[in-house]
Design a protein around this ligand. Sequence first.
Ligand code: IPM
Ligand code: MN
Length: 371
Amino acid sequence: MKLKIAVLPGDGIGPEVTEQAIKALNAIALEFDHTFTYKHAPVGAIAIDETGNPLPEKTLDVCEATDAILFGAIGDPKYDNNPDAKVRPEQGLLRLRKSLGLYANIRPVKAYETLLDKSPLKKHIIEGTDISIYRELTGGIYFGEKYLSEDGNTASDLCLYTKPEIKRIAHLAFKAAGSRNNKVTLVDKANVLESSRLWRKVVAEVAKDYPKVALDFLFVDNAAMQMILNPKQFDVILTENMFGDIISDEASVIGGSIGLLASASVGDKFAMFEPIHGSYPQATGKGIANPIASILSAAMLLDHFELFAEADLIRKAVEKALILNITTPDINADHNVSTSKVGDFIADYISNPNDSNLNFKNIHLGQSTII
Ligand code: IPM
Ligand code: MN
């Protein structure tokens, strides 16, 4: 298969983790005889520095002319503590999602057997967790009308949803549940918010098309508690934009590190693949950022094009890295390796998955003394 991929590394650790995902994709291309070509373009703080615009027209053109987008991270501390900044890096990502119609953000959360002890949560609570979060991505409070009074003393953000916006992501969530464990949990705040009551109504209607899938409802405050009390109760979580943002960061604690969580943002025409972590500015350039979220986002990209064997091989390589402890300091305090060494190992494993040498770890890290 020939795929043109737009690469938007963005800010902070974005470039170094995306580079590792590209290594994995290149190894896959070689093994399976695909041709992947990449076109890099700026977004975020780096694009503001270059052009004054967090999403330059040219970057959007590149995205529209490619088959898929691999996104790194966005954000820079110089904007975080400046509420008066008129242009912000995050606007680049939000405009990208909106312009490309990426309305569904899919965030898988899994407790890896090998990492059960790395989570601050108890092993028996998280063991076996396997959740897919369907977060609405182009509506709600993120995109509703914003208001700031002239005297600067009053502000508001409107949370607006329409029935078609809810319907289209609800269908995706139910379809996904149908090929998983047949359960959708709608997370909302229907005891307080009118928009949440609309979600309940529309989602209950959509549920009728999927009789095998059970639907239940949870208020977001309770869902936040249930997520750490008993995460195994969840299969597919369906929720609006802001609740999905918050609940998915919380869920990342189950896996042991936010550096492991990948996501796919899909619409009717375009698809973008991005780790859920941010730009982690303190780590930039230090080689300590975990590239696995970005590498697993590349696996989701392959899934999107139905290259399932290819995606599985990436996931197998990631699992091998976790088993052998070839990981960064966020999940490996004592014997960690660098961001790029994790990437090298994973790419190398993809090329030589059957290497049965006893010295596997060292050989794949290029440290072997045995030739
Ligand atoms: C995410 C991020 C973004 C969001 C930010 C960077 C705008 O936190 O992808 O979860 O809030 O959606
Ligand atoms: Mn977030």
